[in-house]
Design a binder for this molecule. Structure first.
Ligand SMILES: *[C@@H]1O[C@H](CO)[C@@H](O)[C@H](O)[C@H]1NC(C)=O
Ligand SMILES: *[C@@H]1O[C@H](CO)[C@@H](O)[C@H](O)[C@H]1NC(C)=O
Ligand SMILES: *[C@@H]1O[C@H](CO)[C@@H](O)[C@H](O)[C@H]1NC(C)=O
Ligand SMILES: *[C@@H]1O[C@H](CO)[C@@H](O)[C@H](O)[C@H]1NC(C)=O
Ligand SMILES: *[C@@H]1O[C@H](CO)[C@@H](O)[C@H](O)[C@H]1NC(C)=O
Length: 286
């Protein structure tokens, strides 16, 4: 009942349709990178395993607790929806690994060009919902505010990533967190490049790809036998944009770190919401 109330409060009335089609992006290119916080043990859109510490495991139905094991102990990211390939749940990007290299910032004045090369291999475990003007607003025909079609929203801070991962110049800028970076990305095999490659539980949550609510292959290659289909295409769901959004995560923590809060920060509105919250609440209602 409680969960149902939550669902009705936060999820039910918020979707509108958008138009577009998935982005067929090259294996290597440039993108924007933001970062966001997710609670320990959270199972995001792909359904990849969570961290080993689940805050309230008794709330999760058994099929979920089964999958809770370890992805968040390693670098993960959400990918912007139209590149991710689904508007809900899993999509073809789930489980894919990308080597992201920081190039420069540009929302700062002046732009910042680090004098060190910083790279990180992330695994995609989450969907960054399409928004009208935020960092995840890129479509086949429209770039995001950083002039890119793709955004990676990395889970950070994370015990898997050093706190000083992002270069900065505090004495000049007066702050250390630039929020948004211009990055280059390379598609890389998760094995052996991803830090979690040796942890079987972290690598993936499903061995067979079927009509389940989760799909997180260990090492997707693009072949249909090891790569997730689009959940929304398979279930004839529209490209949805969550409106009115405010996530349940702490605003102070997420403020301007992620797609949703970056946008909220810019516009003083709260126009986006993480789909996974709805999915999670939905899973509690079944
Ligand atoms: C990631 O990119 C950096 C910078 O180009 C490179 O030095 C590094 O070897 C790459 N890592 C992988 C696993 O490809
Ligand atoms: C910070 O930026 C200023 C101005 O560009 C520069 O003179 C200084 O060397 C930089 N410091 C570091 C640590 O990068
Ligand atoms: C991002 O980096 C690419 C490659 O260096 C560059 O062409 C592009 O102008 C940069 N974009 C921004 C917004 O700085
Ligand atoms: C997927 O198919 C390819 C070729 O069709 C095959 O080489 C590969 O072993 C298959 N992978 C799995 C996990 O079945
Ligand atoms: C997946 O399962 C749902 C519910 O059983 C069904 O409505 C849907 O058509 C199925 N989709 C596919 C692609 O089989």
């Amino acid at each position: 009942m409680f969960a149902l109330t939550l669902f009705l409060l936060f999820c039910a009335p918020l979707y509108v349709q958008a138009t577009g089609a998935w982005i067929d992006y090259p294996a290597d290119g440039t993108a924007t990178m933001t970062h966001y916080t997710i609670p320990d043990g959270f199972i995001a859109a792909c359904g990849c395993t969570g961290a080993s510490t689940v805050r309230r495991p008794h709330l999760a139905p058994p099929f979920l607790t089964f999958f809770v094991a370890g992805c968040q102990g390693y670098p993960t990211a959400a990918m912007s929806q139209m590149a991710y390939g689904s508007s809900t749940a899993f999509g073809p990007a789930c489980g894919k690994c990308f080597n992201l290299t920081l190039l420069n910032t540009y929302t700062s004045d002046p732009p910042f060009f680090p004098d060190v090369v910083k790279s990180i291999v992330i695994k995609v475990t989450d969907l960054c919902p399409l928004s009208e003007a935020g960092w995840c607003s890129g479509t086949q025909t429209k770039k995001n505010p950083g002039g890119q079609y793709i955004n990676f929203d990395m889970a950070f801070p994370s015990k898997a990533i050093p706190d000083d991962f992002f270069p900065s110049n505090a004495s000049y800028y007066g702050y250390t967190d630039f929020g948004v970076w211009n990055v280059s990305y390379q598609t890389v095999p998760c094995l052996p490049n991803w830090a979690g490659a040796k942890n079987k539980a972290a690598l993936g949550s499903v061995t067979n790809l079927g009509n389940e609510s989760v799909c997180c292959p260990a090492n997707p290659t693009g072949n249909p036998n090891d790569t997730c289909p689009s959940y929304s295409d398979d279930n004839a769901l529209p490209y949805v944009v969550p409106l009115s959004v405010m996530n349940l995560l702490s605003q102070s923590q997420t403020r301007y770190h992620d797609e949703c809060s970056s946008y909220a920060y810019d516009t003083h509105r709260h126009p986006c919401r993480r789909l996974f919250i709805c999915l999670f609440i939905q899973s509690l209602t079944v």
